[in-house]
Design a binder for this molecule. Structure first.
Ligand code: 5GP
Length: 179
């Protein structure tokens, strides 16, 4: 699998150091509060599982699954909720956990949708941010790394459902896409 990589963008160690930092920042911001952490499936599942083990306040979990691109590789802004929350978020402190923010269209839709449910607060924690591709302004409350406009896989992120289990974050060789 690693031979499909053009380069390693972020190593396992760089990722784990950053995830701990994010967890500590969240822990100090929400001291004495109860938090609901909402993971966006599937890409955020590995990041979320490491992140929450660095958070030392009371935490509950929920998940949403969305499909943002349909069959095309470009974001259209049309987001379908494939799995909704199980919990009521009214008056709760919610943090949405994403793997990567690209155009921002997926998060914009999710934020608008979740705000109608009247949470006490709603923040975003993303591991990766590709600011060059942003189409809508979004405030990222907790952000691990800003990365260049390259397609990355690993640590939960996939290409055609593969590579999610890699420990590092890699840029794939173009031949892999053109197989
Ligand atoms: P946005 O709506 O911000 O354009 O799209 C965000 C979603 O696009 C992410 O949750 C992720 O599923 C997908 N995405 C964007 N860039 C990448 C990338 O470089 N690699 C992978 N694997 N997925 C990406």
């Amino acid at each position: 699998m690693r031979t499909d990589a053009e380069k390693i963008l972020l190593t396992e160690k760089e990722i784990s150091d950053k995830v701990k930092e994010l967890g500590q920042a969240i822990s100090s911001d929400y001291e004495n509060e109860e938090l609901l952490i909402v993971g966006i499936l599937k890409g955020a599942f590995i990041f979320m599982s490491d992140l929450v083990r660095s958070i030392n306040c009371q935490v509950e979990f929920d998940f949403m699954a969305v499909s943002s691109y349909g069959l095309s590789s470009k974001s259209t802004g049309v987001v379908r909720i494939m799995k909704d929350l199980e919990q009521n978020i009214e008056n709760r402190h919610v943090i949405l956990v994403e793997d990567i923010v690209d155009t921002g269209l997926t998060l914009k839709y999710l934020l608008e949708n979740l705000r109608t449910r009247k949470p006490a607060s709603l923040k975003i924690c993303t591991l990766l941010d590709k600011p060059e591709r942003r189409e809508v302004q979004i405030n990222l409350d907790y952000c691990g790394f800003q990365i260049p406009d390259e397609f990355v896989v690993g640590y939960g992120l996939d290409y055609a459902e593969k590579y999610r289990n890699l420990k590092d974050i890699l840029v794939l060789r173009p031949e892999v896409y053109n197989k």
